[in-house]
Write a protein that binds this ligand. Sequence first.
Ligand code: BG6
Length: 479
Amino acid sequence: MTATTLVILGASGDLTQRLLMPALYRLHTLGLTPDLRIVGYAKEQWSREYFERHIHKALQAFAPDFKPAHWNRFRRQLDYVGGELQADQVAALKSKLSPATMFYLALPPPLFGVAANALGEAGFSKNPRGGWRRLVVEKPFGTDLASAMALREQMHTYWEEEQILRIDHFLGKETTQNLMVFRFANRFLEPIWNAQHVSQVQITYAETLGVEQRAAYYDKAGALRDMLQNHLMQLFSLAAMEPPSSWDAEVLRDHKVEVLRSVVPITAKTVDQHAVRGQYRAGKLGRKKLIGYRSEPGVKRGSDTETFAALRLEVDNWRWRGVPFYLRSGKRLASNYSEIAVQFREVPGPIPHAVHAGNNWMIFRIRPVEQMDLLVTAKQPGVKLAGRPVTLTAAYATPDDREFSAYEQLLMDALGGDRSNFLRFDEVEWAWKVLTPVLKAWEKGTPDFYPSGSEGPETQARLLDPEHHWRSIALDGDG
Ligand code: BG6
């Protein structure tokens, strides 16, 4: 591998310390990035040595398996340049770049466009002969359709779409990728993965965390922008897409966009049938007493920002017409429970002596553990012909497997030039399009309150077909 340079803009920030550097360090310890040079860039006028000490501390705190021996080799990969996000200042990076260079914008979103332009103006966006330039952009990409389009225009002043890698860290999660592998590599699933056999799909990402120290961002964003528009819409499009003809990044992304384009449009009139928002009040998690969202430090008094959002999406195509996809995510819920759950229709019968224990479910669990569960009915041992529910579980990883964190996975993909796990602009655009009427409607009014530590607002039930119910997020529950 020829030498590659990774320039991190925003190198003094939280993301660099908590996620990027630990991921880069692990890749280094595994010998996967032997010729990578990492150049930090931030407004602080630090020396290289100071940056090294800063990263050393960060790794001690955040790298799960920190070892001094590895550090002594890793530190030699590090370099630093201080400066503002202006062309004449980023130009100081010039001597540090290799023919293969990737810029990573680990910056607050309002600076994405500014940084992309500063790099472009400094002449860094042009692919050099025999090499390449890439630009990795963190989320969120815009705060609505109009701002996403404007940001795209701004970034395209100097950068081509093929050079831009938009991160959604859910695409680096093992279960997300397994959704594709399991669906398309097993013969038995595909023939029943459609409206004839599937009755509903539920995608849940429940968190016990509250807003924490992020009120400045979160109070403006809310759950719909923070979790649904990006992460859950990605899980949804992967679960619903058609089998692609190849695993080429463009083919894959075409298929995902096709799902978003097929969503029955939500209109101003139908918002309440398709979307529910909630906000956590004070409550309890176990014995711990928790304050309500509006009392959290940094949250605007009387804020109407939603900390819970649920959607009912319908896909109008041959495969899915008539199958509701329910998506929901919230803060301060009863548990850290996340899954993609597919319910199959009831068997037509007759069932021997009423042994039936309910519908089958195929569940891809993300948290608390990554595993697959298939809920089936099997005979209850004994003289009677009776059935009982049984769960066939496949632990996702065996003890011998080497798992990668989402950032490790995505950094490897980005350095290797694989764009499949990054968002193409039209994916972002369509996700915003689907949600624009909801965002508009939610500019007014108040979310439905739910106690911290609960399953979310009761009103979420109004999104469901009468025969459906939300799966429980209680950790011992199977829904
Ligand atoms: C982030 C959101 O994108 O995803 C957070 O901004 C959320 O609010 C997080 O907590 C959840 O992802 P993970 O991988 O940390 O569970």
